[in-house]
Write a protein that binds this ligand. Structure first.
Ligand SMILES: [Zn+2]
Length: 363
């Protein structure tokens, strides 16, 4: 067996992620921000958004932190289709919350100037949960950089937390999950035993008539996954989901050449029951995707801060592609002609909208 050393000094790499240093730092889109900084950032962004963004608490975490969903979109008297996106289900995947913050910045700062973003927010609402597993995220900043799970406790076990992405009610704990509370992939004591999972599932259930796409952001591996992960069976919409994933991956690759692999979770990464994407899909949210962002293992969870900007920039292209496709958003269709694999699934009437002057508006 041959081997190679990826990281010569792991502690030095951990220490290099400056948030572990005690000195407080201001919020930055190119740094890994602490939960405290993200809370303050959410408030200031909401109040300066001229009504384009509102925030709503969907419940508290196990340790009592408020889970806040940001709703971005032009106010409308009619019901708009929506997208739900969460980041930070797994605590140590720091690039994920960084992307949600980047997305909010881009949405608010380019609305009115970027024609694709403007069309998107005029015609759809985007729900963003910047950090799903807040207790775990905070723990990775203060105690254990490589923590993954929630921080819930149960009498009778000295082990803490469950894997929130094994705790959804989708083939729960049947494969690729552990019933051992000490395992990193512990599925929890029951489906939705983790309060964070229950809060998100309740929110999506309440809004399922409007939510057309569910996006969940993880790292690492550079994959764009879709159902199923709890079975090797193909999803009923497999072909369309694959085409949209390929289109989104092409859009992503167009910026810096970063290659993503697309496919069902079970065969593309590993079988994993109880995942949020499978659950959302079975609930009826057709365009349900899991992103595994950079890299492919050189730094893994310890992705250097210098890669936050390019990672977020390229990921924006894929997210906008899926969002536009799911919402059939006029004016954002240009992306389908640039990266056309999904175009065959768009109806003729919708495609003619794509070729309209509005659709051509952006340079
Ligand atoms: Zn993850």
């Amino acid at each position: 067996m041959e081997h190679s050393v990826l990281i010569e000094d792991l502690q030095a790499a951990v220490d290099g992620q400056a948030d572990l240093k005690p000195t407080p730092r201001a919020h930055s889109y190119t740094k890994y921000n602490t939960w405290t900084d993200i809370v303050a950032w959410m408030s200031s962004m909401t109040s300066s958004s001229s009504g384009l963004m509102t925030k709503q608490v969907i419940g508290n975490t196990y340790e009592g932190r408020a889970m806040t969903v940001l709703k971005i979109g032009k106010a409308s008297s009619s019901t708009k289709p929506a997208i739900f996106m969460d980041c930070g289900i797994h605590a140590r995947e720091w690039i994920s919350p960084a992307f949600c913050q980047w997305f909010v910045k881009e949405a608010l700062s380019t609305y009115g100037t970027d024609s694709q973003m403007t069309s998107l927010l005029d015609q759809m609402d985007v729900y963003v949960l910047p950090v799903f597993n807040i207790d775990g995220y905070d723990f990775t900043h203060k105690s254990n950089r490589m923590w993954r799970k929630t921080r819930s406790r149960r009498s009778g076990s000295s082990c803490i937390g469950a894997d929130p992405n094994r705790n959804f009610d989708a083939g729960w704990c049947s494969m690729g999950a552990s019933s051992n509370p000490c395992s990193d992939t512990f599925c929890g004591y029951t489906p939705e035993s983790e309060i964070e999972v229950k809060n998100v599932a309740d929110f999506i259930r309440r809004n399922k008539s409007t939510i057309k796409a569910y996006l969940t952001i993880h790292s690492y591996s550079q994959l764009l996954l879709f159902p199923y992960s709890y079975t090797y069976d193909l999803a009923a919409d497999h072909n369309e989901l694959m085409k949209v994933a390929e289109g989104a991956s092409s859009a992503l690759r167009s910026l810096y050449g970063t290659r993503y692999t697309s496919g069902p979770g079970a065969t593309t990464i590993y079988p994993a029951a109880g995942g949020s994407d499978d659950w959302a899909y079975d609930l009826g949210v057709k365009y349900s995707y899991t992103f595994e962002l950079r890299d492919t293992g050189r730094y893994g969870f310890l992705l250097p801060e210098s890669q936050i900007k390019p990672t977020c920039e390229e990921t924006m292209l894929a997210v906008k592609y899926i969002a536009a496709y799911a919402g059939r958003v006029v004016g954002v269709y240009r992306s389908f002609k640039d990266f056309s694999p999904a175009a065959q699934y768009v109806t003729t009437a919708e495609y003619s909208l794509a070729a309209s002057p509005l659709g051509q508006a952006s340079a």
